[in-house]
Design a protein around this ligand. Structure first.
Ligand SMILES: Cc1cc2nc3c(=O)[nH]c(=O)nc-3n(C[C@H](O)[C@H](O)[C@H](O)COP(=O)(O)OP(=O)(O)OC[C@H]3O[C@@H](n4cnc5c(N)ncnc54)[C@H](O)[C@@H]3O)c2cc1C
Length: 344
């Protein structure tokens, strides 16, 4: 177990605490209230404990993950500087596992070792690197970091003593997009990920012409998880095919449910390994909210342990999230609804 703590002095700290916890909950993190001035918030990375007196706020992060302290201290540092009046990075002095300036624990460089065109709409890259075990279970996704300017020598992020992870700016700015680790072969030090082929994206363009041996930066794993519920309603477009495929492969064989998948062309459909009781319906993406309509029109079975999952374009995600929260009144532990990309 790794632990680190931080104490901040400022007026009316106790009054700020509850408001801030409610704000954090809007990010679909579950807060547990212990008493008026003490809360804890659990995430996939560990536990954050918050407490306050009239003029002091204490924050403690606890985690079993090797990269957990760096991830949680970065979140806390970002959050405090953005939302707490008057707090600066230089005010953040962590005790416990002290912070040394350097490479964040969840950052690594990897080499592109293979590029395969799966079909007209998707290509697969294989990355090689060490210590990939955590990618099997520590979250489905990772951030791909590339120099924004093609052919520029990359400058990678560093962890500051405040806990904040600082990304390079100006000429050295990085393009930072989330992808799903599709297959992990940690014994061989390799990981595959699939990219949707589309026009006008730095990552998409880079993937079209990247050569073997190129170094990339990645941060992760993080975000997304396998699902253990009995009955699933899932929906996603091509960007979510890798995540949905991984989740269905790991479901219990008794799982039942309905999955809606949309592709731009019929021949972009893929074979998915899934439990027999899960029905797959392929939709043709027609720019007419076909995915959100299919999800919203689904009649959920009674008396089932249900989970609803969606990954796709931002407008669809917004529409579906509203229905899940306000019409179906699902608790945040019963659904995942994420904007995977934004139509611009
Ligand atoms: C949790 C998560 C997991 C994801 N997993 C995957 C994955 O495994 N594979 C994958 O391919 N994507 C995945 N995505 C989506 C991916 O991060 C976005 O599509 C991203 O915008 C691509 O970056 P880019 O640099 O190519 O384009 P950007 O610079 O982000 O955008 C440039 C232009 O391309 C358009 N654009 C972006 N994405 C698409 C698209 N999919 N189709 C059509 N136009 C697009 C934008 O509207 C914009 O006009 C995931 C996203 C999230 C949040």
């Amino acid at each position: 177990m790794f632990q680190s703590s931080l104490s901040l002095s400022f007026p009316d700290a106790d009054q700020h605490l509850e408001a801030q916890v409610r704000h954090i909950e809007q990010h679909e993190l579950q807060a547990e209230k212990h008493n008026d001035n003490s809360f804890s918030i659990r995430s996939e990375y560990g536990l954050l404990r918050l407490s306050a007196t009239k003029d002091q706020m204490s924050l403690v992060v606890e985690t079993d993950r090797d990269d957990g302290l760096d991830i949680m201290r970065d979140f806390v540092a970002d959050y405090l500087v953005e939302h707490m009046p008057g707090i600066k990075l230089s005010d953040l002095v962590w005790s416990g596992n002290k912070i040394v300036v350097g490479t964040p624990a969840n950052f690594r460089t990897m080499k592109v070792v293979k590029r395969v065109i799966l079909n007209e709409g998707m290509l697969r890259l294989t990355l090689a690197g060490n210590d990939l075990d955590l990618f099997e279970d520590g979250g489905l996704h990772f951030r791909l970091l590339l120099p924004k300017k093609p052919n520029k020598k990359p400058v990678w992020p560093i962890r500051l003593t405040s806990g904040k992870v600082q990304f390079p700016e100006g000429q050295d700015e990085l393009h930072n997009r989330v992808y799903t680790a599709r297959y992990i072969r940690s014994d061989q030090g390799e990981m595959d990920f699939d990219l949707v082929r589309h026009k006008g994206g730095v990552a998409a363009d880079w993937a079209e012409s990247v050569s073997e041996g190129t170094t990339v930066g990645i941060m992760g794993p993080g975000g997304g998880s396998y699902i253990n519920n009995n009955w699933l309603l899932m929906g996603g477009d091509e960007t979510a095919l890798p995540a949905i495929s991984r989740i269905l492969e790991r479901c219990s064989p008794d799982t039942k449910g309905q999955v809606y998948l949309s592709t731009r062309k019929q021949n972009y459909q893929i074979d998915l390994q899934k439990p027999d009781g899960v029905e797959i319906s392929w939709l043709q993406s027609n720019g007419d909210n076909e995915l959100s309509s299919a999800i919203i029109d689904t009649v959920l079975p009674d008396d089932e342990d249900i989970y609803v999952w969606f990954g796709g374009e931002q407008n669809d995600a917004r529409k579906i999230r509203k229905i899940l929260k306000f019409k179906w009144k699902l608790k945040s532990t019963r659904f995942y609804c994420a904007a995977y990309w934004q139509k611009i």
